[in-house]
Design a protein around this ligand. Structure first.
Ligand code: HEC
Ligand code: HEC
Length: 302
């Protein structure tokens, strides 16, 4: 197998590498053949510093020289055994990819029985299993925390997974389906259809479902618009619809913010939250484990 697009690049590596090694050998041999002068005096290099400090041409100490030779031999043996010389794979046929795959396989066989045991344990028991939950916590940190936060409490646009308030439902089957297949929410943009005033009116009405209204004179028109355009998904009382992930607008828990301005922005531009599917990254057991983990995170309601 060659990583290079043409043989040229392979030789481009091989030739300088081999010549480099040979050059080192020749250089070492040459420096080692310093002839002692007849009278036992050592030849000087002709450099003099500080009036009388002369540079002598002594041979390198033997141990020092041996170390150089050893590194060269090591390098040559390495290049024969392992990949390094262009596209030559080395006679051991070692590759980092094989090594990685082998390690993954070893780990998998090691943890397989453990995961099988987890999968066979019901979510309600699993969430009390300390070692299972510490594995799940790591899975969450590696796969989910980037969007939902390390504590799963979410950010604007990324739901809090600890608050009992579910867009799609918090039962085991629904949470598993969410993780396995992902979710894509579709809140249409109403800005063009309603105009700025229409958006303000209906937003005022939505705001009034949880708080004291600011512009009360908007409410009648807002309610009318709501009943015409929003009930289909958010329901007559604003309680939402889990089948399509339409949030409850009457519980004062907001995915995108509950200020008048944030509500108006949701209505004006629409929203399209996207939870990616993990079906081909996580195993069934890992999803089972994560579901138990999310269940364990639910704060007790008081
Ligand atoms: C790229 C960002 C991203 C990552 C990574 C991500 N999520 Fe999500 N998740 C979202 C968004 C956005 C939503 C809300 C979708 C919507 O608006 O309807 C969501 C929704 C959810 C829901 C539904 C919540 C509800 O109220 O019904 C669950 C459960 C969930 N995620 C779990 C997970 C788990 C477990 C992981 C890790 C395996 C994960 N998510 C990774 C972005 C992400
Ligand atoms: C086709 C169904 C559908 C209709 C019709 C619809 N919505 Fe939505 N709405 C959604 C969905 C789904 C979301 C969640 C978007 C997301 O998770 O990204 C949403 C989100 C919202 C939000 C943000 C809630 C939050 O927690 O931040 C507001 C506000 C909202 N809708 C108001 C309205 C109003 C007002 C109307 C009528 C003018 C309306 N919606 C009509 C489906 C709908």
């Amino acid at each position: 197998m060659s990583d290079f697009t043409s043989e040229f690049w392979s030789w481009f590596i091989i030739i300088p590498s081999v010549l480099g090694l040979l050059y080192c050998v020749i250089l070492l041999m040459r420096t080692n053949t310093v002839k002692e002068q007849k009278d036992g005096e050592v030849e000087t290099m002709g450099h003099v510093w500080d009036e009388d400090l002369e540079e002598l041409n002594n041979p390198l100490p033997r141990w020092w020289l041996m170390m150089f030779y050893i590194t060269i031999v090591f390098g040559a043996v390495y290049l024969v055994l392992y990949p390094g010389l262009g596209s030559f794979a080395g006679i051991l046929n070692w590759s980092s990819v094989d090594r990685y795959e082998q390690e993954v396989k070893e780990t998998e066989t090691l943890v397989a029985p453990l995961y099988a045991e987890y999968l066979a344990t019901p979510v309600d028991d699993l969430k009390n299993n300390v070692s299972a939950m510490s594995t799940a916590k790591r899975l969450f940190a590696n796969n989910c925390a980037i969007c939902h936060g390390a504590d799963a409490a979410g950010y604007t646009g990324f739901p809090n997974l600890t608050d009992h308030d579910w867009l799609y439902g918090g039962d085991e089957e629904t949470v598993k389906a969410t993780i396995l297949n992902g979710r894509r929410a579709a809140m249409p943009a109403w800005g063009a259809g309603l105009g700025q005033k229409g958006v303000s009116e209906v937003s005022e009405y939505v705001y009034s479902l949880t708080r004291e209204s600011v512009n009360k004179h908007y409410l009648p028109a807002g309610k009318q618009r709501y009943m015409a355009m929003c009930v289909a998904c958010h329901g007559p009382e604003g309680k939402g619809n889990m089948a399509m992930g339409a949030p409850n607008l009457a519980d004062n828990i907001w995915l995108y913010g509950g200020s008048l301005r944030a509500i108006a922005e949701s209505v004006d531009k629409g929203r399209a939250g996207n939870m990616p599917a993990f079906g081909n990254q996580l195993t069934v057991s890992q999803i089972h484990l994560l579901t138990a983990y999310l269940s364990s995170l639910q704060k007790t309601v008081n």
